[in-house]
Design a protein around this ligand. Sequence first.
Ligand code: TXA
Ligand code: MG
Length: 350
Amino acid sequence: MITLKEQITHAAELLCTGKVVAFPTETVYGLGADATNEVAVKKIFQLKGRPTYNPLIIHVDNVSQVSEYVTITPRTRIAEQFERLLPLWPGPLTVVFPEKKSTISSAASAGLPSVGIRIPSHPLAQALLQQTNRPIAAPSANISEYVSATTAQHVRDCFGDAVYVLDGGPSTVGIESTIIQLSEDGPATVLRPGFITREALENHLMEELSTRTEHKATHQVMTSPGQLKKHYSPNTPLYMFEKAEAVSLVEQTLGRRIGMITISDGLEFDSAHIMTVPLSQSRDQNDYAKNLYAAIRTLDKAGLELIFIEKPTNGPLREALLDRLNRATHQDTERPVYASRRDESIPKSL
Ligand code: TXA
Ligand code: MG
């Protein structure tokens, strides 16, 4: 049995010799490569089937490295905003700076002048980054557009033996980092909501954030996860539901094999055609985020016709959770169960 220390050393050696390695972070697993090595970074895009115009986040282990990879001119707005955000690092936050330095390969930044930097807090990610002592470009460790990976097994389910996976157990946050873009000209913008809320960011920055629409008008190239419509999607059609609809949903799907992902008590339906996965015992939003992708992946492998997921409750993570669910759920058609009920079960004469 090789020790964890040996596994980290092995992973670091692979990264330093231009290989791709999957590693745990507190948000989701990352598929990493040396960000200064163009050839290594291109392998990530190939493995994931990711469009080359979609930039990668650069991971470093501490704040002193940030200015090695991006331009932060003293006494500018960017410098001030960066200082104010420091207490949130290490953690589930990615900061996009307008000007990257040339050490970061242009494949990693997809040819953009800007670059997103993240300092993960997961102890294994920290150890790995310290040992490699170089910036690591890493998107989420899933096939492009599929659900992100929150366990080592999820990564293996996507890439088999093609990638070495450093196993750090299940990710504790469970959804991808909040992405904030800084600007010299005005307030920062949230490009992707996450565990670090808009409110927390505004408190640290001591000003209101701009909305994405305002932001779009001032920048010509804006490729962010939010703008890729389909994302995080399972193969089985997924629909959201509210607790009050649950019983009628179940009635209408009699005879069809369905999955239910729930947060409310009393929704464990005892029926051969329903598989239920509870996300939380106590309607806790942190549990919702932490268990979300594992639940979707489990049901997606179960050969079901449809999956229904209970909407998140109100609370600080609602924006981030709805952002992910709106992308993961089936948007093109109305829920088929409702359509078929209208057509078949309700007599026209009523
Ligand atoms: O939690 C996370 O952020 C995980 C872990 C592994 O760190 N990473 C992650 O990476 O979610 P990814 O590539 O799956 O999503 C990051 C998104 C990309 O889709 C990209 O559109 C956006 O961040 N992004 C990266 N650099 C950017 C930039 N310079 N400007 C705008 N968006 C950027
Ligand atoms: Mg991703």
